[in-house]
Design a protein around this ligand. Structure first.
Ligand code: ADP
Length: 482
């Protein structure tokens, strides 16, 4: 049988009940009997001491008659349900509440030994074989003039005391039963509120393990179990989403690889079968080269993204001048800008502005942003790159007055392969990977990037960088450079 938590709890409950009954039947029963005997003995001893100080002493001092004492003892013993004796030191019976001793015939308690209780004021047993059944006997000395004149002995049948102990023990049994019933209620409560939901959660986890990520665990509560089931559901959703993303990613990659490959194949076949005449070959070979460029760009982009994603990006942080990096990136677009009459304006804070970041990766971010700005700018327009500092942060913005990005697309452009419909006509070579790479790099730096764009007006991408302490050692800051 499977050792479930529930089974263990049931076994523990069973043993708890069994041990409870065993403990009451043995330990508690013995303790109760001992307690009852001691308690009775104390009460009887008090009585015996009182009798020895009053009736017995008066008897020995001849202040009352034997008959009178006998009658008193009989009444008292009837009332107390006991047997009262008055013995002289040698054990001769002087008064016996159960039957008056015959004066003509002396009765002795055989082998009477007044020291026998040995430090205890009571004994249990047959009192020197005077009784057939077990009795509890207490013995109080009768003293006068510092001499022991005799003893008052009170006996009570053990049967009676043990019957009292038994009724007390019944209370313990009843308490135990109440305790067991209460713990059974707790067990039922546990079953309903903990065990059943837990089983449902386990069933849900098994479904997730089998790949059924859309399974809903029916535990909707506002406690730890509810939280656990919600967390598992959330985990399954995340995994399902990751699986969907992966499928989409592979579909996108295949699609983006297939189209240039199809066109390359088409042109090459047309050249081979003569559909394209030899004098046009150069033109189409240029087109084929362009397509292979696109494939290379795509492969590089994917590799970069993969490297950025695996095991967290390893940054090689250094202090470098961001203004210099911006100048060199802007310079690399000079040719393209000249051909389309686009002017790149630099509004840089200071001549040198040190930031602490990974130089190569930030270069890539700037390159991707400026590349997009140039691609989506109208001819004869201006692209502005500026740097500003606020406290420990440096803000870098790339602003264009190009086609802009529709509101609905502004959150999506960071996804891999995403391209807005507006841009498709303008940029056929784009891979849709550039901004994903930008976002990963900025995230790895624990910095932010945001976009403000209006369709038809232009876009501004602004990202933050950590300002380097090295700036503080530079005494002079130059004027903004345009
Ligand atoms: P791509 O290689 O296609 O440029 P990106 O990830 O860099 O890939 O950009 C994704 C899409 O975001 C672009 O295809 C374009 O639709 C839109 N986009 C990016 N930058 C701009 C911009 N400055 N102006 C207008 N649209 C832009």
């Amino acid at each position: 049988m499977k050792k479930t938590l529930y089974l263990r709890i049931l076994i523990a409950y069973f043993f708890f009940g069994l041990f409870g009954f065993f403990a009451v039947a043995t330990i508690v029963s013995r303790l109760t009997a001992e307690y009852c005997i001691r308690d009775k003995a104390r009460t009887l001893y008090g009585e015996a001491a009182r009798i020895s100080d009053t009736y017995a002493l008066q008897l020995y001092n001849s202040k009352v008659s034997l008959e009178e004492v006998q009658a008193q003892m009989e009444a008292l013993s009837f009332y107390m349900d006991t047997e009262i004796w008055i013995l002289n030191p040698s054990g001769r019976m002087v008064v016996n509440s159960s039957h008056a001793p015959d004066p003509s015939q002396e009765t002795y308690v055989e082998n009477f030994d007044s020291t026998s209780p040995a430090g205890n004021y009571y004994t249990t047993g047959t009192f020197f074989d005077s009784f057939q059944e077990e009795v509890l006997s207490v013995m109080a000395p009768i003293t006068s003039d510092f001499k022991i004149r005799g003893y008052v002995v009170i006996h009570m049948p053990m049967k009676k005391i043990l019957a009292d102990a038994d009724s007390m023990l019944n209370i313990s049994y009843m308490l135990l039963v109440i305790l067991l019933v209460l713990s059974l209620i707790i067990l039922l409560f546990f079953t309903e509120y903990v065990y059943r939901p837990l089983k449902r959660i386990i069933a849900g986890a098994e479904q997730y393990a089998l790949g059924n990520m859309h399974y809903h665990i029916p535990v909707e509560r506002e406690d730890e179990l509810g939280y656990l089931s919600a967390s598992l559901g959330y985990m399954a959703d995340t995994i399902a989403r990751a699986e969907d993303d992966q499928k989409k990613f592979i579909a996108n990659v295949s699609h983006d690889f297939r189209s240039p490959l199809t066109s390359i194949r088409g042109f090459l076949e047309a050249m081979l079968d003569g559909t394209i005449p030899p004098e046009r070959h150069e033109h189409y070979l240029q087109v084929v080269l362009g397509e292979t460029d696109r494939l290379t760009k795509l492969t590089n982009g994917l590799l970069t993204l993969n490297n950025l994603n695996t095991g967290g990006m390893l940054l090689q942080r250094t202090d470098f001048d961001i203004n210099a990096v911006i100048r060199s990136v802007a310079a690399s677009f000079e040719q393209t800008c000249v051909s389309r009459n686009i002017h790149i304006r630099l509004v840089l804070t200071g001549k040198i502005l040190y930031v602490n970041a990974d130089l190569e990766k930030i270069q890539q971010v700037l390159y991707n942003l400026v590349d997009n700005a140039v691609k989506f700018s109208r001819p004869d327009s201006v692209i502005t790159i500026d740097t500003t500092e606020k406290g420990d942060t440096v803000f870098v913005s790339v602003r264009d007055s190009g086609i802009g990005i529709p509101k609905d697309d502004q959150n999506l452009i960071w996804d891999r392969f995403y391209k807005t419909d507006l841009s498709r006509g303008k940029d056929k070579k784009g891979t849709g990977l550039g901004l994903s790479i930008v976002r990963e790099i900025i995230r790895a730096h624990d910095e932010n990037i945001n976009l403000v764009s209006t369709e038809g007006v232009g876009s501004t991408f602004t990202f933050t960088l950590r300002r380097s302490d090295k700036n503080d050692s530079l005494s002079s800051m130059g004027e903004p450079e345009t």
